[in-house]
Design a protein around this ligand. Structure first.
Ligand SMILES: [Zn+2]
Length: 188
């Protein structure tokens, strides 16, 4: 869901007002006391496509909402103070306990209607000694022809896996960019 605007000022606690700030062109939540402006900007979700021996991909079954019980690539919200690639490695460690070598940035997907940008890196698994974290029910390797397409958690995961399966057939893995439209069925 899109992030709601702040009701109270983060600096001074005054109730915010909606107005167009000076020199700007859109309505934002503005503090009438101290002038603080609550800019609402897209959040980055970062993750990896961990590949084992070139032909199996590691998926994690979610132990948390949203999409509890569905399969996902390891991914999560980028933290302040870390690079997006470091965030992707961290999420892979937290959710799967996987040991990876990070490869190239592989998919950049705008999910405008939920105000997110999702970035996935190619990654190579060094081994298959996994240690799923608290957000993961189980981890499993899937061959390209065995990916559980009907049980995937998010459309950005599906789209990235579709890129991977197609590129695997061709043997080259270029960077992909896309925009995920509002969902007919699955959430992002
Ligand atoms: Zn204020």
């Amino acid at each position: 869901m899109p992030k709601p605007e702040a009701k109270f000022c983060r600096n001074c606690g005054t109730p915010m007002q909606r107005r167009v700030p000076p020199l700007e062109d859109r309505t934002r939540a503005v503090c009438p006391n101290c002038g603080f402006i609550d800019y609402v900007n897209p959040i980055n979700v970062v993750g990896t496509i961990p590949v084992w021996q070139g032909d199996q991909v590691l998926l994690c079954r979610r132990a948390i909402e949203p999409r509890h019980g569905y399969w996902t690539l390891p991914a999560g919200f980028l933290e302040a103070g870390e690079s997006s690639s470091d965030g992707a490695i961290r999420e892979t460690t937290e959710e799967a306990g996987a040991h990876i070598d990070l490869g190239a940035l592989y998919s950049v997907l705008d999910v405008v209607h939920v105000e997110q940008v999702h970035l996935f890196w190619l990654a190579t698994l060094r081994d298959i000694e996994l240690d799923p974290g608290v957000e993961t029910l189980e981890c499993q390797l899937f061959h390209a022809d065995g990916i559980p397409w009907d049980e995937l958690a998010f459309r950005t995961v599906r789209t990235t896996l579709e890129f991977w399966v197609a590129d695997r057939a061709a043997g080259i893995f270029p960077l992909h960019y896309g925009v995920i439209d509002p969902p007919p069925t699955l959430p992002e």
